[in-house]
Design a protein around this ligand. Sequence first.
Ligand code: ZN
Length: 318
Amino acid sequence: MTELSLPSKVIICEVAPRDGFQAESEWIPTDQKVQIIRNLAATGIQSMEITSFVHPKAIPQLKDAEEVVKRSQDLTGMKFRALVPNLKGAERAMDSGITKLKLMLSATDSHSLSNANSTVKEAQDKLEPIIEAAHKKNVTVGGSISVAFGCPYEGAVPVSRLVDILERYKAMGITEVSLADTTGMANPRQVYDLLGELKVRFPTITFSMHLHNTRGMALANAISALQQGIIHFDSSIAGLGGCPYAPGASGNIATEDLVHSFSEMGIKTNINLDSIIEVAKGVKKTLGHDGGSYMLQAGPNSALHLKPKEQVKMQDNG
Ligand code: ZN
């Protein structure tokens, strides 16, 4: 019998301060945002997408991006990155001290037109000046592809389309690309086969997975990716998140669920499971809801129940 071969450790990037908060219609005071970021940092999380430097009118919830970054800068153990939709956003991010930018791009024209008001080609053309500006300031840039595994408007996304986008990213000097299942349309077989193909075609690119749990497949998809040797995963505390441009989309894979699964499998995350569950509980309390979290519903495997006999004894004792 052969044993399943999996990576021994993974790197989880917490995205709730961007992907989660942007989906909240009610204003979250900056103090609360910063407190959640600090609580997350205390669990051992080492990587975080802290905000998006999007136009304040487009997503008012993130209009305090500069202040959030400024007030989190003493968290030196954390690698912060910010999502930037355009050059103006990139300039704002870099001016506020961000040293890693994440670019936005959709896999399909329909999603791109609704999200960025441009076709994919036009949107990718606009990335070049951002990359140039970042290089001048020694700022790292990572790429992303939204709706990479399925588009809510167009359905299946041909592999050739992803290959074209990745070729262009590669030509721009991008070496990290986040593949996003923005509306939870991916399935485990698809993830496994697609990553297998992309890894062979683009051996110099590091892929990360950004999975939404819209249809309950995010965890299975994460394990599929893990089986292809992927070690970079995005997740969101308490399962917060959704794409404001994709109708019906909700819930990133919950960080506490991902940490629990990996820890049960003996894969290191550097994140303390008990602490992250506590933070998830706190976030749920602060915001008044979660975005879907098995840990918040059932607790971890380690939280054993009383045996039936002990329950009877407890009842006897009143
Ligand atoms: Zn997302």
